[in-house]
Write a protein that binds this ligand. Structure first.
Ligand SMILES: [Zn+2]
Length: 400
């Protein structure tokens, strides 16, 4: 650690509470006179800090000898605000103290988000201030932040967007044309938040198409009337299959959304799920119940990313209230149990077919089933089986 020069020769900052006396030197402003408020009746004329020309601010008396003295016109480094504002926000209406018990209730910050260019210094100072406030008895939290995410930059043709380069894209045109949801979806889908995002107008078109497909599928479903209640024990294999997809997607999305912050994966997982939903054409009572659950899951999983369309679709699916206030959907572990699995069958390393077996089948049952397959028998012929290799959940290889 080195000494830190905290004074800045600029107006916009916290005044340094020091009075410079020709006889006594630098004298602290007495506690009763704190805080020194930054004056607002200043003229900013681009010739340096206006405080240095404000006699009403500068001219004062020395707290020690009561002679004529001058108020310090330098202000503190802006880290003096940015290093603890989050604690102050918890009790901004508190005028008798820096912090009160509400800071202990809210702190530390659960998730801090900032640009990587600020991360090192800002984190250093924020931790320094937090530990100072802790030691001074103002705050109980030991650290200011539980978790930090440094977001990536938006690139255009591979270069950082900047006003000086003139390559910035105003999303307003796209919002006017496609709606805010489409632009939000594209932005979330293009990259994880901690990586750079390459702006692409054409990818916005793809995001728009996906939302239209979701809109259409929900519309078709609700046009056929309300769905029956889902009965998990009364489903056929295809119905169980779609439920498996829905709940496997939920399990994955919960991790992407809640722990990894890979919102791009949340979008792509739901795009894949919608493809599966489109393949499912079962209009029986339980088929429609499974469809209702699947569409609700997609709507809820996407609601933080595309809040407007999902709000309307949530109502179309028969619900009331705001979708953003709904509980996050829970993954039903029982739907993830696969009763039937598909194994690829090879003979001497060449694929000769597929079999469906119960997930808990014994090796001997699998062997018997495979060897009774006509196409396997055709390729094994009369040769003795030397080896029978089972890669669980994946494939079987008969070495003859
Ligand atoms: Zn003095």
């Amino acid at each position: 650690m080195r000494d830190w020069g905290v004074s800045r020769q600029r107006y916009w900052g916290c005044p340094i509470p020091i009075i410079n006396c020709p006889d006594c030197g630098a004298v602290p402003v007495p506690e009763a006179d704190l805080p020194v408020i930054l004056p607002t009746d200043v003229t900013v004329d681009a010739t340096g800090s206006p405080l240095k020309k404000l006699a009403a601010f500068i001219e004062t008396t020395c707290p020690k000898c009561h002679g004529r003295a001058e108020r310090e016109t330098d202000t503190f480094d802006t880290f003096f605000e940015s290093s603890w504002y989050f604690a102050r926000y918890t009790c901004a209406d508190q005028h008798g103290a820096m912090l009160d018990e509400r800071a202990d209730y809210w702190m530390p910050v659960d998730q801090y988000i900032g640009g990587i260019e600020h991360a090192v210094l800002h984190l250093l100072y924020a931790r320094f201030f937090n530990k100072l406030m802790r030691d001074a008895g103002l705050l109980k939290a030991d650290e200011p932040f539980t978790s930090l995410l440094t977001q990536g930059m938006v690139l255009k043709d591979g270069a950082k967007m900047s006003k000086s380069k003139g390559n910035t894209v105003d999303p307003q045109g796209l919002i006017d044309r496609y709606g805010a949801d489409t632009v939000r979806l594209f932005t979330m889908q293009a990259a994880p938040p901690d990586q750079s995002l390459e702006w692409s107008d054409s990818a916005v078109e793809g995001a728009s198409r996906f939302l239209k497909r979701l809109w259409k599928r929900v519309g078709e479903h609700v046009a056929a009337g309300p769905a029956s209640a889902l009965r998990g024990d009364a489903l056929n294999d295809a119905q169980k299959g779609l439920r498996l997809q829905v709940h496997a997607t939920l399990a994955k999305v919960n991790d992407d959304m809640g722990r990894r912050y890979t919102f791009n994966n949340v979008v792509s997982a739901n795009m894949e799920l919608l493809n599966e939903i489109y393949k499912f054409a079962d209009t029986s009572a339980q088929g429609r119940a499974v469809m209702q659950e699947a569409l609700e899951a997609v709507v809820l999983m996407l609601s933080p990313i595309v809040p407007h369309i999902t709000h309307t679709l949530w109502h179309a699916l028969g619900h009331q209230g705001a979708v953003v206030y709904c509980a996050w959907p829970v993954c039903d572990e029982s739907a993830l149990v696969q009763e039937q699995i598909t194994l690829v069958v090879q003979v001497n390393g060449k694929v000769r077919g597929k079999i469906n077996v119960a997930a808990n089948s014994a090796r001997s049952d699998i062997e018997a089933l495979v060897l009774s397959e006509p196409n396997v028998r055709k390729h094994v012929q009369d040769r003795p089986v030397k080896k029978f290799i089972v890669v669980p959940g994946k494939l079987v290889n008969v070495v003859a």
